[in-house]
Design a protein around this ligand. Structure first.
Ligand code: NDP
Length: 228
């Protein structure tokens, strides 16, 4: 399988890249600065030519255009993993500039990349778009408040995911939102309960089982549906 993973230099994106390569897939990995992405580029040597590392800033039209132009052949799976969570996100200390940046990366960045990669997804049969959301993007599950910019950005991502599902269903392209759980990464912190390897195994298993009937749904990494 030929797949695209954004934000592949660390955290969940790096682990998804590792596991996809181990499964025999070809990975086009996007990272903001390939020169700084040592852990990612270190995987190239053993990949048998199956790992392609590209510069990709999901907030930049120019960068996204160049990234998409570098892709060749049908893309069976796009994993929109790149994400941002900043501090100062609660009612009293909220930074609106940070909130805007989270919308840029988490919601608009995902849409920007998806639209650019769409011609390649259309070349594949039954391509899948898996966008990494968060339980914090669920309006139904919001019983604790706070996290304004991050929550709003993931709720916006969820809505884009659902519209993509409707718009692309006729072409057989699947679009889902998936939460990776609370994961031990720079974003999730060391006290998170889920090791990154376990989250990535779950995410790839859920993605692997998706059918067109699932398109427009919101899952967690164990395959349970999350209420919007
Ligand atoms: P990390 O903070 O560890 O990694 C984030 C990744 O996104 C990095 O590769 C980062 O690149 C990249 N990124 C940030 N901004 C941009 C940008 N403008 N363009 C391209 N890439 C960018 O996060 P995780 O691995 O933990 O999270 C991955 C996804 O999972 C995110 O979407 C996150 O919101 C979601 N998630 C994570 C949870 C957790 O507990 N960890 C919980 C719920 C959801 P760089 O190194 O250049 O900054």
């Amino acid at each position: 399988m030929n797949l695209v993973i954004t934000g592949a230099n660390r955290g969940i994106g790096l682990e998804l890249t590792r596991q996809s390569l181990a499964q025999g897939d070809t990975v086009h990995a996007g990272t903001r600065d390939p020169a700084q992405a040592q852990e990612l580029t270190a995987l190239v040597g053993d990949s048998g030519g199956r790992l392609h590392v590209h510069a990709l800033d999901v907030t930049s039209d120019e960068s996204v255009r160049a990234f998409a132009a570098a892709l060749t052949g049908p893309v069976e799976l796009l994993i929109n993993n790149a994400g941002l969570r900043t501090r100062r996100d609660d009612l009293e200390d909220l930074s609106l500039e940070d909130a805007l940046q989270m919308l840029q990366v988490n919601a608009l960045g995902t849409l920007r990349v998806t639209r650019a990669v769409l011609p390649r997804l259309r070349e594949a049969r039954g391509a899948k778009i898996a966008s990494l959301s968060s339980g914090l993007g669920s309006i139904a599950d919001n019983t604790s408040g706070g996290g304004y910019g991050y929550r709003m950005s993931k709720a916006a991502l969820n809505m884009a995911t659902r519209s993509l599902a409707q718009d692309l269903r006729g072409e057989g392209i699947i679009s889902v939102a998936i939460s990776p759980g609370w994961v031990q990464t720079d974003m999730g912190g060391a006290s998170a309960p889920t090791p990154v390897s376990e989250s990535a195994v779950g995410l790839l298993a859920v993605i692997g089982r998706l059918s067109l009937q699932d398109s427009g749904s919101y899952f967690d990494f164990r395959g349970e549906r999350i209420a919007w």
